[in-house]
Write a protein that binds this ligand. Structure first.
Ligand code: SF4
Length: 442
């Protein structure tokens, strides 16, 4: 790798950047050698790093530092008060960290395939897994799955009160039912009593497609009021039999209806809420709708556990759910590649650079923000707020680390350089905090 330049640079000005760029005043600053011990051997690949560099460093913007406490404007939303329940080892509600759920797509009675998918979901960072239980053979498989799963299992049951009882007996960490479609009050009581004895919660899941005819007629269709009335009516059936460890979902496929419904429900009860846009669609549109629906509510402090519903591999649901939480500072970030949208000022291929950096750093599991910016006009100001960044231009890239310009490399060396330093920084962070998975913050 060749260092393209160690010449001092000076650049000033207030530049437009799609409305986002800030003013960057600069001064020439002598920085410590990149080979003085901060970066190991002082070489990267085949090229030695310069011993001292005079480079222009923007100074008017705050330096982002992951070790510092989050400033007030980055504080996560204040959460709605809700009662706390426990899904196995995962607390839900009452200020607990917001958990991410998904649902297996394998036939539940295919135990090996189901456990394999649960393992994949676990690797992706899931907190709670739901499995469908439409047949007796699925109910029969629950005991083995619940015993072998590394993640709390919720059995999803419709109509068959016996399957709900089987799921509770099998050691599932929760059941999802609609008491209304169990219909018989004595059976609802049986389920409520058994769940209470085992200390497991019940989720009531109401959605647009399952509304009772009487409510459809009363409200003139699937309205927020109708969904909320249905959900609270169902919860009331459980309260009648003395059961209150209930969480509720009132999903709708239209994010706007879903948002209004959850807002209404949040005002009327203190049950923990399971958020989701139901039937959100395939990956792209589904993630978009879910981010809007779930994200809007979480930003208002509403919601205790979430599921992104996609017509896609459930691992994608988990990734999307975690991404939503990270974006709202409700879960500690892992790798965060920020990249500019590129524009007429860009003199490098920003898209390819960003994708290559993202792909190369995919395994980083500690908070690390890496910025890929397309020009030296506005890039340094943006890159300086990251842990590591490049401000590219004219086929070269100025590498910045925690607010300091290190040196400049050729465009062809940008990815390798960023990956080298990113891995080094990630190792340092791991060593400081002890190796482990990303930490969930309340
Ligand atoms: Fe902003 Fe990127 Fe355009 Fe530079 S190339 S002005 S960083 S969008």
């Amino acid at each position: 790798m060749r260092i393209a330049s160690d010449e001092p640079r000076r650049f000033t000005g207030q530049q437009s950047h799609g409305g986002r760029c800030a003013t960057a005043t600069t001064e020439v600053m002598r920085i410590a050698s990149a080979s003085s011990g901060d970066h190991g051997s002082g070489s990267l690949g085949s090229v030695a790093l310069p011993s001292a560099l005079d480079l222009a460093v923007p100074t008017s913007l705050p330096i982002f530092n992951t070790a510092a406490p989050a400033p007030p404007h980055l504080a996560p939303p204040v959460r709605r008060a809700s009662r706390r329940i426990s899904v196995g080892s995962v607390p839900v509600g009452g200020g607990s960290p917001i958990s991410v759920q998904s649902m297996t797509t394998t036939p539940t009675h295919d135990i090996d395939a189901t456990l394999q998918q649960i393992a994949a979901l676990n690797a992706a960072g899931i907190d709670i897994v739901r499995v469908a239980c439409p047949r007796q053979e699925d109910a029969d498989a629950l005991a083995t799955i619940a015993a072998k799963s590394t993640v709390p299992i919720i059995a999803d049951i419709h109509f068959q009160w016996k399957y709900a009882m089987a799921a509770i007996e099998a050691g599932c960490a929760g059941v999802r039912i609609n008491p209304g479609n169990i219909r018989k009050h004595d059976k609802v009581k049986l389920i409520g009593d058994a769940a209470r004895e085992r200390g497991i919660p019940i989720r009531i899941g109401v959605n647009g497609g399952s509304l009772e005819d009487v409510l459809l007629a009363k409200h003139g269709g699937v309205t927020p009021e109708a969904l909320v009335e249905s959900a609270l009516g169902e919860a009331g059936l459980l309260e009648e039999v003395g059961f209150g460890d209930t969480k509720i979902s009132v999903k709708h496929s239209d994010p706007w209806v879903m948002i209004q419904t959850y807002r209404l429900l949040a005002e009327r009860c203190d049950y923990p809420l399971h958020l989701g846009v139901t039937e959100a669609g395939p990956l792209k549109t589904g993630v978009l709708k879910s981010a809007i629906g779930i994200g809007t509510l979480l930003a208002e402090g509403i919601g205790d556990t979430i599921r992104v519903s996609l017509s896609a591999d459930p691992v994608e649901e988990v990734k999307a759910g975690i991404g939503i939480l990270e974006a709202l500072h409700l879960r500690e970030r892992g790798l965060d590649v920020v990249s500019c949208p590129s524009c007429g000022r860009a003199e490098v291929d920003v898209y390819t650079l960003a994708e290559q950096v993202q792909a190369a750093l995919e395994g980083i599991d500690v908070p690390l923000r890496v910025a890929v910016m397309g020009c030296v006009v506005n890039g340094p100001g943006e890159a300086r707020e990251a842990d590591l960044g490049v401000a590219a231009g004219k086929g070269k890239g100025q590498i910045l680390q925690r607010g300091q310009v290190l040196f400049t490399v050729q465009e062809s060396d940008i990815v390798e350089t960023l990956v080298h330093f990113a891995n080094e920084m990630a190792d340092e962070i791991r060593a400081e905090r002890g190796q482990g998975a990303p930490v969930v913050v309340a």
